[in-house]
Design a protein around this ligand. Structure first.
Ligand SMILES: O=c1[nH]cnc2c1ncn2[C@@H]1O[C@H](CO)[C@@H](O)[C@H]1O
Length: 455
């Protein structure tokens, strides 16, 4: 016969193990926590429970939730997993960038877009329509809005259609995803646009109360204009489809960048779909190069962004840890790899969890079933990030924080969980210790204000 006292004890023990389970709350924080807990009860009682729905359908429900408005105002710390060309609202790219002079456009045979800035017509691309100057095209059109809307939908996965019908498989969604990146690339890799793009990207995160970003980006004048922003660092990346011999050259380049720009370079990573790319072990010679020369090149590997069991790629998490990765991008496969999971925990190597990305790219349907729901309950080191917000119709970090906070454990979470997640993002960032301390102190001040203002 269970002893009620013992039961109580075990429930408390579990609660103390969660992310944030040991955070002690001040009297003010307790008041806010009580309010939050009431809101959470109302949220989980909703018939259309947002984390159970595809984000494209859930977004209006999320955005009208009082929890979302709190999360928006909350100082969330750092965004540690964000891709370069997926930071800024696509609307901005079309309405601002494609209206600049010298912007050429063409359609590929499979209906995707390519752009190029050039003073005269660029060299024709194979399997692509002839280039047209957008300025000329728009001058001839009666309805430019339709054109602009079609450009927008070409550069994001966001759709009003049923997402399950639009993207029936991982193959389909990844193909569209990579095409959208290629379209964006032609706009953003033009130097004047590049500068504005990063400024705009950092602004979008800053407006969402994020104070530091780790991205494949250049430092801009943004920090001077916003002294309470800690800037951005670059994780230099290359696509995991390249040859092992080419990676040797790329890693050498990364080492050089690390020496030349120690304050901007955070380290190195490989990107692209894991299931169709080379496994990390294939690149072992190149990846061993820095350490074999006594050189410190921090790694931030994408690993375990797969639901395929037992493939070579499925070993990426363990290999990332063996190569001494500083963090793991995604780590969705973690529950199937107990040894990798223990190593990540013992060595304090956090997983960068990106809930909306995993849902849109079809690793999980209902976010309550995301592996990070288990990790949260065990107090595993993790941070929440947004991966490619512009591709998914998300904004800053708030949407992903909502999905994690409400979806991964719902009422088991409290203000302490949010506090710990935000602090984790600073603690696990690659800011050097002195800046980390400064960032944490500033974050604490912002947090106290947030608490008082939202009691
Ligand atoms: O979730 C992701 N996993 C792996 N690779 C990604 C993800 N999101 C974006 N990219 C990769 O980043 C490149 C642009 O920096 C894109 O081409 C895409 O391959």
């Amino acid at each position: 016969i269970p002893d009620p006292g013992r039961r109580e004890e075990l429930i408390k023990l579990e609660a103390s193990m969660r992310v944030g389970g040991n955070v002690r709350l001040s009297p003010e924080e307790k008041l806010l926590d009580a309010r939050l807990s009431k809101l959470m009860q109302e949220e989980v009682a909703k018939e259309d429970f947002p984390p159970a729905l595809h984000f494209f359908k859930a977004r209006p429900l999320i955005r009208s939730s009082p929890i979302y408005s709190l999360l928006q105002k909350m100082p969330k710390g750092a965004a540690l997993h964000v891709h370069d060309f997926a930071m800024v609202d696509v609307e901005w790219l079309v309405r601002n960038v494609t209206y600049r002079p010298h912007c050429y456009m063409c359609y590929t045979d499979d209906g995707s877009l390519r752009f190029f800035f050039s003073s005269g017509p660029p060299k024709p691309l194979t399997q692509c329509s002839p280039w047209t100057l957008l300025e000329k095209l728009r001058a001839k059109m009666v309805n430019v809005t339709d054109l602009d809307n079609s450009l927008i939908s070409n550069m994001t996965l966001w759709t009003q259609e049923d997402p399950e019908e639009a993207y029936p498989s991982q193959d389909v969604v990844w193909k569209r995803f990579e095409q959208a990146f290629l379209a964006t690339l032609g706009l953003v890799s033009y130097a004047p646009v590049f500068k504005d793009y990063y400024h705009e990207g950092l602004s979008q995160f800053y407006r969402d109360n994020v104070m530091y970003v780790e991205v494949r980006a250049l430092l801009t004048q943004f920090v001077e204009e916003h002294p309470d922003f800690f800037g951005a660092r670059i994780i230099y990346t290359v696509h995991r489809g390249i040859n092992a011999s080419v990676l040797i050259l790329v890693v050498k380049e990364a080492m050089k960048l690390q020496v030349d720009f120690p304050e901007t370079m955070a380290g190195f990573d490989l990107v692209g779909r894991e299931d169709t790319g080379w496994p990390l072990w294939y690149f072992r010679e190149a990846l061993s190069l820095p350490a074999s020369q006594g050189f410190k090149l921090p790694y931030f590997f994408h690993a375990g962004e797969t639901d395929q069991e037992g493939t070579e790629v499925d070993q990426n998490m363990l290999d990332a840890l063996l190569f001494n990765t500083s963090r793991i991008g995604h780590g969705f496969a973690v529950l199937r790899h107990p040894v990798a999971k223990n190593l990540s925990r013992l060595n304090g190597v956090p997983l960068e969890v990106c809930p909306i990305s995993n849902q849109v790219l079809k690793l999980v349907t209902d976010l309550r079933n995301h592996p990070a729901a288990v990790l949260m309950s065990e107090g595993h080191p993790l941070v929440i990030s947004s991966d490619d917000p512009s591709m998914f119709g998300a904004s800053g970090l708030s949407d992903d924080f909502y999905e994690a906070f409400v979806g991964f454990g719902g009422p088991s979470n409290n203000l302490g969980s949010l506090k710990e997640l935000a602090m984790n993002s600073i603690r696990y960032s690659s800011l050097p210790p002195n800046l980390q301390e400064k960032a944490m102190a500033l974050w604490q001040t912002k947090w106290n204000t947030f608490v008082i203002e939202n009691l």
